[in-house]
Design a protein around this ligand. Sequence first.
Ligand code: NDP
Length: 264
Amino acid sequence: MKLFTIFGNPVSHSKSPLMHNLAFKGLNYKGCYTRYRLEDGSKLRDTFIKLGLKGANITVPHKEEAFKACDEIDEFAQKVGAVNTIVHRDGKLHGYNTDAPGFLKAISTFKNIKTVLFLGAGGTAQSTSIILRDAGYDVSILNRSLGRLERFQKEGFDTYTFDTFSYKHRYDLVVNMTSAGLEDDNLPSPIEILEQLVPNCKACVDVIYGKETPFLKLSKRYNKPTKDGSDMLLYQGIIAFEKFTEDRFSFEEIKDHMQKAFTL
Ligand code: NDP
C-alpha cells in the first residue's frame, strides 16, 4: 500500500483525498491518500520522509517551501518557482507543478481565445501566466496593488494596477485569479473596470471552485460562457496522479474515476 497526502494550512476543506482515493479504488491501485495540516513549511521534507510517503500534493501556503524540499525539480516547476506535487522515486524527492497545465487544459474548451487578462498576481497567476504565454496566449495582469506585479514586469508581461488601468483593447478571456469571492462577497476589481471588461470579452473563468462567486454572477448577467475552478482542480489532480503512479494509467481512465468527487 503506497501512502500519499496533501500538505497545507488549512487543509480540511481539500477535495484532493476524495479525488485520489476514488481513482485508486476505481483503478485497483494499492494507494491511500490522506491530508496533513502542516504549520511550518520548513518541516515539509522531514515530515514527508518520516511518514514514508510515495507522493504528496502541496497547497497554500507551502508551494514555495515545497520547491526547496525537493532534490530534483522538473523544468517547468523550475521556471515558475512553485511545486504542488512531489513524488518519491529512486531515493529522491522529485517536484512538479501541475496547477498550470491543469489550468491550461481547463481553458482549452473556449475557442478563439488569444488575449487574456488575469485579475490577480499571486502564486497561481505566476505559474499559469507563464504556461499560457508558452502556449501562445497574450497575457496581461491587473492587480489591486503594485508589489506582486514586479515579478510579472520583469518577465515582460503588461501589468496594471486599478489606478493605472485604462480600457484600450478587448480581452477575449477574463480570469479571476484572486481570492476575492472565496470567503467573502467581494469582486476582484472595482465594478467600473469589470463593466468595461466583461461585456466585451468572449468568456470568463474563476479559479475559485464550488461556489458561484460575485465575479461569475456578474459574468452570467452578461450572458458570457463561464467556468469555475473545478476543471482546473480536476485536471491538476489527474496530472499529479499520472506522476504518482508513473504513467500506468491514461488521462481519460483517471478522469472517469476522479471526476466522481465532484458529484458526491
Ligand atoms: P495568493 O495569496 O498568492 O494571491 C492572492 C491574489 O489575490 C493577490 O494578487 C491579491 O492581491 C489578490 N486579492 C486578494 N484579495 C483580493 C480582493 N479582495 N480584491 C482584489 N484582489 C485581491 O493566492 P493564490 O494565487 O495561491 O490563489 C489565488 C486563488 O486561486 C485562490 O482563490 C485559490 O483558492 C485559487 N486556486 C484554485 C486552484 C484550483 O485548482 N481551482 C488551485 C490553486 C489556487 P494583492 O497582491 O494586492 O494582495
